[in-house]
Design a protein around this ligand. Sequence first.
Ligand SMILES: [Zn+2]
Length: 114
Amino acid sequence: MSDDRHEPVELRAPRGARVMEIDWADGHRSVYPHELLRGFCPCAHCQGHEGPIAFVEGGDIELDDIQPVGNYALRLVWHDGHQTGIYSHRFLRSLCACSSCAVEDPKTRSFSRE
Ligand SMILES: [Zn+2]
């Protein structure tokens, strides 16, 4: 069964830009300010071990590298060396901050753990 909603077909993260973009197989385009990606880093260091994933202030928002993890996730490598955040495609889709996905302030949202 294909799951176009959670299948990225193109990723753009121009060096020096402050946003990452993902085009999904269902035609949706997501735009992620780096600040939002860093704030929602899902790793245990940033989020602790329980409770929903919420926005955490602070942390470098310069993105140095994006590495695929299997065929289900991306690892984001930040300029301050933080690289324990594994962002599943499913999580990234729910994090989409476009005006039709995020009606409220994206920073005030929280996400359940997978
Ligand atoms: Zn983290």
